[in-house]
Design a protein around this ligand. Structure first.
Ligand code: NAI
Length: 272
């Protein structure tokens, strides 16, 4: 595995925490040249320092993926620096919690801009280099990307859009050698629920779930690298994730109720 990633240029968006950070660290460990991208430059600089101390060739670009110009700049800086791009991991994402009847439409727009357009922009500008390298483009999605989720309507819509985009891109590239992969983690301990937006667009701050009982981001990172190595189309993780995919195929109405009751049980759920 070390040989495969050695000196490969890998961009990870949303690499200041959670799954993105764990993936950047693992890529560094495997000898890749890593480009970190997120909005918090101070945090990224700390991670650059940590990775450089371990001998990694790494740099960071302050990037808000909802800005097309920032994404273009991320790709240009990467190419100026390393002259190539082998792997793009579209991981940056935010969530939400509110019912559609209550939510400010700006929340849904923000979710689409970050989760969907962030993926589209980075992929668009990186595509010529990824195709030249016959590299890998990855989208970190969610179970909410293949089945609707009550109280997470903007999140689910943005991840469904991401699925359509990544699946179409994969088929467009069946003959080009570009590897396109969707990653669908189940619940993973991270900041995603703390930074989720509520109905009025403010940040939720507290996670409504027990983060300590979830899969760790390092496990997702391992699965991402394994998926790249095996050129998989889709990586589906956790019992809940795999079980949901099977149920969605055979018992979709039952899955509707399961999601409903599961999420209704969360503390401060917007529905009963
Ligand atoms: P996290 O909140 O720890 O990390 C998200 C990262 O994205 C952070 O670095 C954050 O700063 C960055 N980010 C957010 N908005 C951004 C923007 N506009 N521009 C640039 N960076 C931005 O959460 P986590 O869980 O590591 O999330 C990573 C991905 O995994 C997300 O796409 C999320 O939807 C997905 N996911 C997470 C699950 C979980 O249970 N943690 C489950 C399924 C999917």
């Amino acid at each position: 595995m070390k040989y495969l990633f050695k000196n490969k240029v890998a961009i990870v968006t949303g690499s200041s925490s959670g799954i993105g950070l764990a993936t950047a660290r693992l890529l560094a460990e495997k000898g890749a040249k890593v480009v970190l991208a997120a909005r918090n430059k101070e945090k990224l600089d700390e991670i650059v320092k940590e990775l450089k101390e371990n001998g990694t060739n790494v740099f960071a670009v302050k990037t808000d993926v909802s800005s097309e110009q920032d994404c273009k700049n991320l790709i240009e800086e990467t190419v100026n620096h390393y002259k190539a791009i082998d792997i793009l991991i579209n991981n940056a994402g935010i969530s939400m919690r509110a019912l559609f009847k209550d939510v400010d439409l700006g929340v849904i727009r923000t979710l689409m801009e970050v989760n969907f357009f962030g993926t589209v922009y980075c992929t668009k500008y990186a595509l010529p280099y990824l195709m030249e390298a016959k590299g890998s483009v990855i989208g970190v999605s969610s179970v909410a990307g293949f089945h609707g989720m009550p109280g997470r309507i903007g999140y689910s819509a943005s991840k469904h859009a991401m699925h359509g985009f990544m699946n179409s891109l994969r088929i467009e590239n069946l003959k080009t050698g570009l590897h396109v992969m969707l990653v669908i983690p189940g619940f993973t301990a991270s900041n995603v629920r703390k930074s989720a937006l509520v109905a009025d667009g403010s940040v939720q701050c507290e996670s409504p779930r027990k983060e300590g009982k979830m899969m760790m981001p390092e496990e997702v990172a391992k699965a991402i690298l394994k998926g790249i190595r095996r050129k998989k189309k889709k990586v589906l993780l956790t019992f809940l994730g795999k079980g949901s995919a099977i149920m969605q195929k055979w018992y979709p109405s039952y899955l509707d109720w399961l999601f409903y009751y599961h999420l209704a049980k969360e503390p401060d759920s917007p529905f009963e």
